[in-house]
Design a protein around this ligand. Structure first.
Ligand code: ARG
Length: 459
């Protein structure tokens, strides 16, 4: 078959080369954005008199028909036409005749593919942002429900200080807020139009880049045509933001896995989001949470992949850049799938509040509160730390917890102890009384809830 670029060649390509260089197997994902770009291009060519009104109309009608077919899943592609751009141009020409050949006036596949990638990534950014919001909303709802549920907060995976479950859930909501902001901030760099850069140097046709950019909803155009066709920073940035997001999802998932184990039993995942074992009839496995955790591997891999592809490339377009697509497409699917599952899975969790409460009772989670008690009575903190450390050691030796120790015994450790010490070593009281901004205390928590709700209204 004669290639669109066949004129300069004396020989057919080797049979393996077509397959090897073709991207149609995966870049057909870009069909709709490619058609949108071509439609905007044709409107501009017509407005500037580069094609006649009649030619423009014919081309547009052809492109609309291809769009209809693409949406109906009726398009078929041929590896002989290498990529989505040449497949669609070929089909347009089949449809409207030789005038189809005018579509590519004042355009190159280099600025065309860059345009497609920008449009695709912009759509992905918008979808991811919307879905992050859904998960955040679930976390905020859970926080409101669990204002008064107390559990141990951990450092080093050792029980540290009691916190409210609301505080714990909101920590994730804030992580996701940073993710959301990172995607939003990236949008200004994604939303730049490269079309009109031509192959690399621009064109001598009197095109109007601003018109195309406005038609496609871009905020502006690339200032340098060489930069326009060689830039894939926005793909790297998307994958970097995706890596942070999936890392956060993975950390949350890890906690769901831990917490649903018999050892913790803090939560139970709904049957609808769990799976069974082919051999052990009793098993209920957190497969979804585990997979969400496991999906980090491929996303990080794609980030490393694109960074490595771009690292040694000289100006401007190089065929290596065709390798920008599969990792991006896979990442978008991975993120959307993960966020779609996370929201209903979180929503359907059963919280075992009494197990959490037991865990803070049978614990030394209020040791800091006891030390702070002594500090309030005038003892330097470092000294108070030592006194309470010795009390904890005493408890461990005796097999008791702090509320079980008699006042008399406390007074052997320090004469500053009085009856009111028992009030501060109640986990519930400890949580309630935290008063610093951003703490787990009741008043601070109300403030935090208002703040996250306001943040969710940000645009
Ligand atoms: N399929 C190519 C890609 O994805 C399109 C651009 C090809 N340009 C070229 N000059 N060969 O990068």
């Amino acid at each position: 078959m004669e290639k669109l670029w066949g004129g300069r060649f004396q020989k057919q390509t080797h049979q393996l080369v077509d397959e090897y260089t073709a991207s149609i197997a995966f870049d057909q994902e870009l069909a709709l954005v490619d058609l949108a770009g071509s439609q905007a291009h044709v409107k501009m060519l017509t407005a500037k008199g580069i094609v006649t009104a009649e030619e423009g109309q014919t081309l547009l009608e052809g492109l609309w028909e291809l769009e209809r077919r693409a949406k109906a899943g009726e398009l078929t592609f041929d590896v002989a036409h290498e990529d989505i751009h040449m497949n669609l141009e070929h089909q347009l020409t089949q449809l409207v005749g030789p005038v189809g050949g005018k579509l590519h006036t004042a355009r190159s596949r280099n600025d065309q593919v860059a345009l497609d990638m920008h449009l695709y990534t912009r759509e992905a950014v918008d979808q991811v942002m919307t879905k992050i919001r859904s998960v955040q909303q679930v976390l905020v709802n859970l926080a409101e429900t669990h204002r008064n549920t107390v559990l141990p907060g951990y450092t080093h995976l050792q029980r540290a200080q009691p916190v409210s479950l609301a505080h714990h859930w909101l920590a994730y909501a804030w992580m996701l807020q940073r993710d959301w902001q990172r995607f939003r901030d990236s949008r200004s760099r994604v939303n730049l139009c490269p079309l009109g850069a031509g192959a690399l140097a621009g064109t001598s046709f009197p095109i109007d880049r601003q018109q195309v950019a406005a038609e496609l909803g871009f905020d502006g155009v690339y200032a340098n045509s060489m930069d326009a066709v060689s830039d894939r920073d926005f793909v790297v940035e998307f994958l970097a933001n995706a890596s942070l997001l999936i890392m956060h999802i993975s950390r949350l998932s890890e906690e769901l896995v831990l917490w649903s184990s018999e050892e913790y039993k803090f939560i139970e995942l709904d049957d609808a989001f769990s799976t069974g074992s082919s051999i052990m009839p009793q098993k209920k496995n957190p497969d979804v949470a585990e997979l969400l955790r496991g999906k980090t591997g491929r996303v990080y891999g794609h980030l490393m992949g694109i960074l490595t592809v771009l690292k040694g490339l000289p100006m401007t377009y190089n065929k290596d850049m065709q390798e920008d697509k599969e990792g991006l497409f896979d990442t978008v699917k991975t993120l959307l799938g993960a966020l779609d599952l996370l929201a209903p899975m979180m929503e359907s969790i059963t919280v075992h509040a009494s197990t959490m409460e037991k865990a803070v009772q049978k614990d030394f989670a209020c040791a800091v509160d006891l030390a702070d008690y002594l500090v309030r009575k005038g003892m330097p903190f470092r000294e108070a730390h030592g006194v309470v450390g010795r009390i904890v050691f005493h408890c461990i030796e005796q097999g008791v917890y702090m509320p079980d120790v008699l006042l008399q015994q406390y007074q052997e450790f320090s004469s500053l102890f009085a009856e009111d010490l028992y009030d501060v070593i109640q986990p519930r009281a400890a949580v309630k009384n935290r008063s610093s901004q951003g703490s787990t205390g009741s008043a601070a928590m109300e403030e935090q809830l208002q703040a996250i709700k306001a943040a969710l209204q940000e645009s």
